[in-house]
Design a protein around this ligand. Structure first.
Ligand SMILES: *Cc1c(COP(=O)(O)O)cnc(C)c1O
Length: 388
């Protein structure tokens, strides 16, 4: 069975509300940053997810750059982060002169390993930056404890983790609310988006005042706008990190439909999971093992092939049959940029995820009947693989 129309890997969610709110924001004739819709979005995130203070930014990459400025990264400071990672977390700190220390993933998940962090902390470690891969929580409570004990900042790159939680007995803590600082992405490929956009969430209050200044190009313009000072001046370093209010209106349309978007994505995720949880077809594929502290936010559904040859076979089979499946990160410890400046040390788990991980299409508009077809075709691929 070949599908007659290509199923893309991702499609951004856009509906009538998006057009209405963007149009309304244009009517307001206030299109730069920190306007009506920016405030609506920031208030929503602060209240719903218990962040102390939020700033909408032009991207998650920029929110990460704000983090590096806020924690005052200096030449030679060490920042520990997973090697199985997007480049933005590394770039943000490299730009300030940090030395990146790559840590391996857990054996059974792309998330950063606690033991690796513990092993790699030195007296120069300034921060740990973790990524909640696929929206599944890292072992963050233990990681936070060691960071507190050693006086190290904890930053959550929560780009995958909107509306996701760390579960503990009766407690449910939103991802992004546990580290000193955290960042989200509203890039087209994320659960809720505005084309390009991001969020800096602050939980450690000592950063709030300075963040507002860095956000506004190093000026106290926000303070001036509130009438607290009678002129605004250059008071610190900073840049233009504000999201246009037109894009904030776009984002707000998604916030209004967040429940709907999440419930559809989670439904698709569960359908994939259920299809392969019993027998992973002669062990040709391994699906994620969900830990007791993790919940599902439907950002990424991934599975692992047994090796790179099998992975490429499955990917080719799906793509040939009009299903746009995809691999993911190239382990950063093997990247051309990193190797130009540092020597190679192997990180077994991270490299294995680069070689074997496959992501399946998941987005709001994907019909459940198409999900059934994807599962059917994937099962065929695995059967063919088994007879090879
Ligand atoms: C998408 C993503 C980013 C970058 O987000 P932008 O908003 O495009 O800058 C950073 N980190 C992770 C883990 C991501 O998935």
């Amino acid at each position: 069975m070949k599908l007659d129309k290509l199923i893309p890997f991702n499609k951004p969610y856009i509906n009538k509300k998006t057009y209405d709110l963007v149009s309304n924001s244009l009517d307001l004739k206030s299109t730069s940053g920190n306007g009506t819709y920016t405030k609506k979005c920031q208030d929503f995130f602060e209240q719903k997810y218990n962040f102390k203070k939020c700033f909408l930014t032009t991207s998650c990459s920029d929110a990460l750059e704000m983090c590096a400025l806020l924690i005052d990264i200096k030449e030679g400071d060490e920042v520990i982060m997973p090697s199985y990672n997007f480049v933005s977390s590394a770039n943000a700190f490299i730009l300030r002169g940090a030395k990146i220390i790559f840590a391996d993933s857990e054996p059974d998940s792309p998330n950063i390993s606690f033991d690796e962090i513990e092993k790699k902390i030195t007296k120069n470690t300034k921060a740990v930056v973790l990524v909640h891969y696929a929206g599944l929580a890292c072992d963050i409570i233990r990681i936070k404890e060691i960071c507190l004990k050693k006086n190290i900042y904890l930053i959550e790159d929560a780009a995958h983790a909107i509306d996701s939680f760390y579960l503990e007995d009766n407690l449910k803590q939103s991802l992004g609310s546990i580290g000193d600082l955290s960042t989200f992405s509203f890039h087209e490929t994320k659960n809720i988006s505005c084309g390009e956009g991001g969020l800096l969430a602050i939980n450690n209050e000592k950063f709030i005042e300075r963040a507002e200044i860095i956000w506004e190009k190093g000026t106290n313009r926000s303070s001036f706008k509130r009438g607290e000072v009678n002129k605004y001046e250059w008071v610190d370093i900073g840049s233009s990190f504000l999201l246009s209010d037109v894009l904030a209106a776009y984002l707000y349309s998604q916030i209004l439909d967040l429940k709907k978007i999440q419930s559809k994505r989670i439904k698709i995720w569960n359908k994939y999971y259920d299809a392969f949880k019993k027998n992973s077809l002669d062990k040709k594929l391994t699906i994620p093992k969900i830990k007791n502290y993790q919940n599902i936010n439907g950002h990424i559904f991934y599975f692992l092939a047994n090796n790179i040859v099998d992975r490429n076979f499955i990917l080719n089979y799906l793509n040939k049959n009009n299903i746009k499946a995809s691999f993911h990160y190239m382990s950063l410890n093997k990247s051309p940029y990193y190797l130009r400046n540092s020597s190679y040390t192997s990180l077994e788990n991270s490299e294995r995820f680069s070689d074997t991980l496959i992501r399946l299409p998941i987005y709001y508009d994907l019909e459940i009947q198409k999900v059934d077809s994807i599962i059917y075709i994937l099962k065929n691929a695995l059967e063919e693989l088994a007879t090879k």
